[in-house]
Design a protein around this ligand. Structure first.
Ligand code: HEC
Length: 191
């Protein structure tokens, strides 16, 4: 009888422990925001350094002929794309310079790019499993100096932006033709 009681209490303790653990795990998962976390911000900074080194952003940026854009990106845009390696992972990156200002023209951008650059929006294909629901894209909206834009709640726009929400990078790019989150590789939105 004593032995049975002992085994029963062991089972109860184990069950309680398991429940507590599950609860902690669930809470931890809920606590990790889809974007704007410390590690997202740190990753975006590592990515920016690589983009600078590869001359995709910054004062030595390779220049492409700007094109007329559409909302929500700039009035005039410039896009560069290549493979880059960040923290040992190599993936494709799309870097979009967004230019805005009064009476914008493409020649203004060609002649004074720094004056009109308001944002650099980037998609980087991260390692398998980073965000399997959305093809592992890492989304960032940088200011021209590489610091980050934040949403109205002050959450930095880096990471899985804005996973689970009906507006934002992921929600809109889901509509791109080809189901790859990329608009400009099929360009069916252009004439
Ligand atoms: C309301 C829709 C919409 C939202 C929101 C949006 N985009 Fe885009 N994005 C587009 C469209 C349309 C294009 C293609 C036309 C162009 O170049 O502007 C595009 C192009 C891009 C490209 C070039 C690669 C491609 O798709 O061809 C990048 C990089 C990009 N967006 C990043 C972002 C990031 C990062 C965010 C969030 C901070 C974001 N976008 C939010 C509509 C959107």
């Amino acid at each position: 009888m004593k032995k049975a009681l002992f085994i029963l209490s062991l089972v109860i303790i184990a069950a309680l422990g398991f429940t507590a653990c599950m609860h902690k795990n669930m809470t931890m998962q809920q606590d990790i925001p889809p974007f704007g976390s410390e590690s997202d911000v740190a990753y975006s900074q590592a990515l920016w350094k690589v983009l600078e080194k590869e001359k995709l952003v910054g004062p030595d940026q390779i220049r492409a002929l700007p094109y007329e854009g559409m909302e929500p990106h700039g009035v005039i845009l410039e896009q560069l794309s290549t493979m880059v390696t960040v923290k040992g992972h190599t993936g494709i990156v799309y870097v979009k310079a967004n230019y805005m200002g009064d009476g914008m023209t493409r020649s203004k951008v060609v002649n004074y790019p720094d004056q009109y650059l308001v944002a650099v929006t980037v998609m980087f294909k991260r390692e398998n499993g980073y965000d399997p629901d959305n093809q592992d894209w890492f989304w960032v909206k940088y200011k021209s100096d590489g610091s980050l834009f934040a949403n109205p709640k002050g959450v930095m726009l880096a990471g899985r932006v804005a996973k689970g929400m009906s507006v934002g990078c992921i929600a809109c790019h889901t509509d791109a033709d080809g189901g790859d989150y990329l608009f400009n590789n099929t360009a069916s939105h252009l004439d």
